[in-house]
Write a protein that binds this ligand. Structure first.
Ligand SMILES: Nc1ncnc2c1ncn2[C@@H]1O[C@H](COP(=O)(O)OP(=O)(O)OP(=O)(O)O)[C@@H](O)[C@H]1O
Ligand SMILES: [Mg+2]
Length: 374
């Protein structure tokens, strides 16, 4: 964020597998306004060994530096997301207790979910709700959020080496929820399908309830397409984005096991949540990530889920120059995470939210690491 002459600016940076994306927003007349955005492909890295004996981390820094050089953002302090697959988000039930007792109970419970020593983990939690159980006893639902300290340090290092500082850090799940669902009432299931990973997130009344990661994504679709049509991976990548419908057109439909696996997991998550929270209906399924643009996917999933399936729109609460409309439309849901991060920055102005991680802080404080409310 920059406070100097003029308006403050907020820079969100998303480290994806296929590309690094960045969105910069400012605030005008009480609204977030897009001032800058960009992405840099990591496709050369996705193929395997980085060039000239450089490490993966060095390559990421070089790519980030190139992106920042090109974008020339106004802010030098970044809002950063870590991939969901390096963290853990879990909704845990506890009997009602005092805040002071809860800390110990949470740390005890966290051991069951986190294989590493808790000293190596940034752990945070939030009481989401108190519910009366059918038997009468009241329960507290607590959202546990954790990531390895060494991963947190890794993302901080990337940012610092690119000449920026970290103003705020969270798991991408929260950025995504903020930009795509916001504070809308009801229950939605968001499915973000990237290149390597898929993130399934249940959000109820603006709060993340469940988050699951699958180690599958767009690159598996490329592989299936290449194998089914006996074509090269390169050709398959192009064909995948060509607009041809390989999902719902009977003449050209193929079977994509990863899309079936994602549907299976989504169905399980919904069923398990609804079994515990009777009477809660899922309003819709919202697709996000680059692979959400796969032609036919919305219809394909509508037929499977028998629920409204929509493409997420992370720009819906952001004003932008109408001349950018076409480009923004084409970018689809790719910038959801970067936009969600920058939106968190604008909230410090619009909703007077405290910045949980002020620039001046040298060390990450465990309690303050993650946003829990979007
Ligand atoms: N029009 C399209 N049709 C199908 N797939 C597409 C289309 N546009 C992009 N993709 C795919 O989307 C994927 C990239 O999505 P995204 O940018 O969300 O991934 P990422 O965030 O970099 O990766 P990850 O989240 O897995 O770390 C790539 O596999 C790409 O081929
Ligand atoms: Mg991603």
């Amino acid at each position: 964020m920059v406070f100097g002459f003029g308006k403050p600016h907020f820079l969100g940076i998303d480290f994806g597998t296929a590309s690094i994306k960045a969105v910069e927003l400012s605030v005008e007349d009480g609204h977030p306004v897009l001032t800058n955005y960009g992405q840099i492909s990591l496709s050369d890295l996705e193929k395997g060994t980085p060039a000239q004996g450089r490490s993966y981390d060095e390559e990421i820094v070089l790519h980030l530096q190139a992106l920042i050089e090109r974008m020339k953002p106004k802010s030098r302090a970044a809002y950063v997301a870590m991939p969901a697959f390096i963290g853990l988000i879990s909704l845990v039930e506890f009997p009602v207790m005092e805040e002071s007792e809860l800390e110990e109970a949470v740390r005890f419970e966290a051991h069951k979910y986190i294989p590493s020593s808790l000293d190596d983990v940034a752990l945070s939690w939030e009481v989401i709700e108190r519910r009366g159980a059918p038997g009468g006893e009241e329960k507290m639902e607590v959202l546990l959020v954790a990531a390895l300290n060494k991963e947190v340090a890794r993302y901080e290092r990337y940012i610092n080496k690119a000449g920026l500082t970290v103003d705020f850090l969270e798991l991408e799940t929260f950025s995504l929820a903020r930009s795509i669902v916001g504070e809308e009432p009801g229950l939605s299931l968001m499915i973000d399908i990237g290149s390597r990973a898929t993130n399934l997130v249940l959000i109820e009344n603006g709060l993340v309830r469940v988050s699951r990661n699958l180690d599958i994504g767009g690159r598996d679709i490329t592989r299936t397409l290449a194998e089914s049509l006996s074509i090269t991976q390169e050709r398959s990548k192009v064909l995948k984005k060509s607009g041809k419908d390989f999902l719902t057109n009977p003449q050209s439909a193929l079977v994509f096991p990863v899309l079936q696996m994602i549907a299976g997991e989504a169905t399980r998550i919904l069923a398990s949540y609804q079994a515990k929270h009777s009477g809660v209906q899922c309003k819709n399924i919202i697709l996000s990530g680059g692979t959400a643009q796969f032609t036919g996917l919305v219809k394909y999933y509508t037929d499977i889920f028998k629920l409204p399936v929509v493409l997420g729109n992370s720009w819906r609460n952001i004003k932008y120059d109408p001349r950018l409309a076409k480009k923004i439309q084409e970018s689809g849901t790719s910038f959801s995470i970067a936009a969600g991060l920058a939106l968190r920055g604008t909230e410090t102005v619009l909703k007077k939210k405290e910045n949980l991680f002020p620039v001046s802080k040298k060390k990450f404080s465990l309690k303050e690491l993650f946003t829990r409310k979007i």
